[in-house]
Design a protein around this ligand. Structure first.
Ligand SMILES: *Cc1c(COP(=O)(O)O)cnc(C)c1O
Length: 362
């Protein structure tokens, strides 16, 4: 299907970017800030790129209220490479780490640590109910090297509403699909990481926010490119970074800070979008949400129709109506609307209107 216009994009990742960001990229693409070159052509050691990366770091620190103990890093390999970097850097022989299993991505994180022969404990899992909820009242091992959680479960449509008490053990969180979507207290986190392609940019870069004390835990035996300390000591410029991806992240962060007005505003907008969609799903007997209400994600709204045949037609007809990306993950089926930061309220309104029409006409 050839589209002349841009559609409402509910893709899970890579996902929608703010239109003003795409326009700014187009505007400055051939001649970046008077350099006479594209951002894809300037040196990563030039003043033009220095300004981009430093601004992205400064905005991240301001938005998340990070103190001087935190470093903001840009790493390639996606969130998936973090799954192996974390145990390589922070889990020594004779130690163990606690991983909460809330579905697909946490399960993969556990698997990578096990491949490395590390000791992983799973003090809580929601597998008993098909990962449809976030476990509560977990008792963590006080001696664990770290606790790993997935703050938003992109595929199962669940999200931690508040973060668990870990008795001072550093929390590591995969925030790929909800970073910069709300305010939270970052000080208890030893490491936060996020593949950019959901909430804050294009594919090709993973943001890692690491606390100073974590850098001291890293053994010398870890190869340079897999060590957080290499990135921290070189401002993510040890080797050539993904310049264009970082530039786009910088523009998205600028959009959140300057156009949206910060994370409090961003969270209000995200809440409003999710309330609209869940409110409609709850009022209907035709659509059924799959996550338990107190664990629902504000980012990925997963739902089912009465049968798979209808789900197929729903996704197809939605696209014909300029509503794209509504198919659930291939591992779980059903439907999913990903409504990350850049998704405007009017896209969700258009989706709800379409859902009403589809329910009537089929
Ligand atoms: C998409 C996603 C990943 C995988 O990200 P890649 O950048 O493709 O490796 C990991 N964790 C979560 C929560 C995700 O949503």
């Amino acid at each position: 299907m050839m589209k002349e216009n841009r559609i409402h994009n509910f893709n899970p990742g890579p996902a929608a970017l703010p239109l003003p960001v795409l326009e700014e990229i187009r505007e400055s693409f051939l001649n970046f800030r008077g350099s006479g070159m594209s951002i894809t052509e300037v040196s990563h050691r030039s003043p033009w790129f220095d300004e981009v990366i430093n601004d992205a770091v400064a905005r991240t620190k301001r938005l998340l209220n990070l103190n001087d103990r935190f470093h903001v890093l840009f790493i390639q390999g996606g969130a998936s490479m973090q799954f192996c970097m974390i145990p390589m850097n922070f889990l020594k022989e004779g130690q163990s780490a606690d991983y909460v299993d809330t579905g697909t991505w946490s399960t993969k994180a556990i698997k990578e640590a096990q491949i490395l022969g590390k000791t992983v404990n799973v003090p809580a899992s929601s597998e008993d109910k098909n990962f449809s909820y976030i476990p509560k009242d977990i008792s963590f091992d006080r001696d664990a090297a770290y606790v790993h959680i997935t703050s938003n479960n992109t595929i199962k449509g669940t999200q931690w509403g508040s973060f668990p008490d870990t008795n001072g053990v550093p929390i590591i969180s995969d925030m790929s699909s909800d970073i910069m979507s709300r305010e939270f207290d970052a000080s208890r986190f030893g490491l936060i990481y996020a593949g950019a392609q959901k909430n804050i940019g294009p594919a090709g870069v993973c943001m890692a926010i690491i606390r100073e004390d974590m850098l001291e835990m890293i053994p010398d035996t870890v190869p340079s490119m897999l060590k957080y300390s290499t990135y921290a000591s070189k401002n993510s410029l040890y080797n050539t970074p993904p310049c264009f991806a970082i530039y786009t992240v910088q523009l998205v962060l600028k959009w959140i800070e300057e156009s949206v007005g910060g994370l409090k505003k961003m969270a209000e907008m995200n809440q409003k979008k999710a309330d609209l969609l869940y409110g409609f799903i709850d009022s209907s007997d035709f659509y059924r949400g799959t996550a338990e209400p107190d664990s629902r994600s504000l980012m990925n709204i997963t739902f089912r129709l009465p049968n798979e045949d209808m789900e197929k037609r729903f996704v197809q007809q939605a696209l014909e109506n300029d509503l794209g990306g509504l198919k659930g993950h291939r591992s779980v089926g059903g439907c999913r609307a990903s409504i990350y930061n850049p998704t405007p309220l009017d896209a969700v309104e258009a989706l709800v209107d379409f859902m009403k029409t589809f329910e009537k006409k089929g």
